[in-house]
Design a protein around this ligand. Sequence first.
Ligand code: AHR
Length: 316
Amino acid sequence: MKSLKQFAVSAAALGVALGLSFAAQAEMMIGFSQIGSESGWRTSETASIKAEAEKRGIDLKFSDAQQKQENQIKAVRSFIAQGVDGILLAPVVETGWDQVLKEAKDAGIPVVLVDRGVAADDSLYLTKVASDFVVEGALAAAWLAAETNAVCDVVELQGTVGSSAANDRKAGFESVVGNFPAINIIRSQSGDFTRSGGKEVMESFLKAEDGGKNICAVYAHNDDMALGAVQAIKEAGLKPGTDILIVSIDAVPDIFKAMADGDTNATIELNPHLGGPSFDAIAAAKEGKDVPKWIKANGPLFLPDTAAEEYKMRSK
Ligand code: AHR
């Protein structure tokens, strides 16, 4: 597996490399179709992108799709009708975007995919500003293999069905555990990236697996579901983080608190600050500059030893 450092792209370095200034962006009107507010990470991402737009004097038109692709398609069409300079799209699912992306392209409006990807030809959008979810899943599995001497029955809490985040995190995890015959994914179900979904699905896993006695670890596609699982495991009379190990993805402040308390064991950071490189990419395209098709933003894996300190810094 490649090192995460090899994947890291500095947003600031990208802006400088493209020769962009904030002044050039101050006149821009940009539409942002966001998925919703299912998780702590999503809420931070929305706040970060709005703050970045304000800092740059960008007129940001924001639309919350409340988890519905049809709302996102309507929002994109409305942005096109308003003649925006560019569109940020955080696609809830991977498929079904070709037509609306073609409409934006025909109107000469660059679309930046933020955070999640689509299953469409990459000529239909300007760039994707996102982490490599396959790498995140692989990293979670590598940690689990090392922690358990590669002997573990694991349950998986998947993200939203059909999303690139869930599809790729699952594929990345499986690509590594496939090398270890004594690591088995014994149950796998979607908790929809929410805390309540994670709790509910974990309760059903615990019931089905002799009150949890057969479960060695939880792999949660995000921190919110992991935190829901923590609650379910406690209510079942077991100790999360000890009786059942937990690895998840996002690195939101609450997971550092849980790790510091011994309730979870590892998290992989998903950078929520995707506004800067997205706005830079749109400005670069307007100036006729080349923009890479994927601007990667992967983060490291955190363990309990730094959790208290990280929580202090991140919850300010
Ligand atoms: O697409 C990224 C995922 O979506 C984050 O991991 C999750 O928290 C969010 O809701």
